[in-house]
Design a protein around this ligand. Structure first.
Ligand code: PAF
Length: 296
């Protein structure tokens, strides 16, 4: 990667489709003593992904991005089928970013045989996304661990929108102990507050119009902390969002930011996060808000 000015790169990004080619490139970079930053994605890239690439470019010598729609993490076949795919568009978006290698393997390349591994994340995956999307995080761990093994990065970058995924990936890395630093990056939002997501492009016009209410309500609920108790905050958030006929809350949980277990009182933890999943028509959106953060 050649940095021209901060945030401006001149790169002939290379598209790689096989593990063998990727391995050769990684060996070459390692021989040059380059540090490697990795951004795993499922494509349908947006500014949120690009912010991860940018963070990786700042912290590492070279950046590898993967695009792979991982079948093993979809518990709903309709969701897998609908998931947007457009490699040319994604490649255009990655041009002149810090991305040096784009790894876009086939399903056979990633899973030459079915992955039978079952991870044990204790209580972390029994709540929220884990509860509503059975098997989802096992699939995420299967693919992320495989990609980590192939890319062998120094650091891997994940967005905080997928708050629970981040906790699961950290726990997976703790168990596998492969020495990869997991870097969390802030949520990137549209001008109207909607958290950026590849699924946003699947929203119908009326659902897209309603969707910003999710972020708006979460933000508003912050003003009530600590004056209203957690049960009241939950009732406010769920009531406000369900008040829009185009939106339906699947869950809104207020949890400890490390254990992800529900918290009943503000004084029960120093790190408290509200995590939500909402159906906007057939499209499921997630978002979260940090109510209390020990780091701040
Ligand atoms: O967050 C995502 O896009 C996916 O879950 C990930 C981490 C790329 C694994 O498929």
């Amino acid at each position: 990667m050649r940095k021209l000015l901060p945030g401006l790169y001149s790169i002939d990004m290379e598209l790689i489709k096989t593990k063998q080619e990727l391995n050769e490139k990684i060996i070459q970079l390692r021989n040059e003593n380059k540090t490697i930053g990795f951004v795993p994605t499922m494509g349908a890239l947006h500014q949120g992904h690009l912010s991860l690439v940018e963070a990786a470019g700042k912290q590492c010598d070279e950046v590898v991005v993967s695009i792979f729609v991982n079948p093993s993490q979809f518990n709903d076949p309709g969701d897998l089928e609908r998931y947007p795919r457009d490699l040319d568009k994604d490649m255009n978006l990655l041009k002149n970013t810090a991305c040096e290698l784009l790894f876009a393997p086939s399903v056979e390349e990633v899973y030459p045989e079915t992955d039978e591994r079952v991870f044990d994340f204790g209580a972390l995956d029994k709540v929220m996304e884990g509860e509503h999307r059975p098997g989802h995080f096992n699939g995420v761990a299967q693919v992320v661990s495989r990609l980590f093994e192939m890319v062998k990065p120094d650091k891997a970058f994940f967005g905080q929108k997928d708050f629970q995924q981040l906790a699961i990936v950290r726990e997976m890395e703790r168990q596998l102990n492969s020495g990869i630093e997991i870097v969390a990056c802030p949520i990137v939002r549209e001008a109207d507050g909607l958290a950026m997501s590849s699924r946003n492009m699947l929203l119908t016009k009326k659902h897209r119009k309603s969707a910003p209410l999710i972020a708006k309500t979460l933000k508003e609920s912050c003003n009530f902390v600590p004056f209203k108790n957690i049960a009241e905050i939950k009732a406010f958030v769920i009531g406000s969002i369900n008040g829009d006929e185009n939106l339906g809350v699947e869950y809104f949980d207020v949890v400890d930011g490390n254990t992800l277990q529900p918290v009943d009182r503000w004084e029960d933890s120093s790190y408290i996060v509200g995590c939500i999943a909402v159906f906007a028509g057939k499209i499921r959106l997630i978002d979260n808000i940090i109510y209390k953060n020990p780091g701040k």
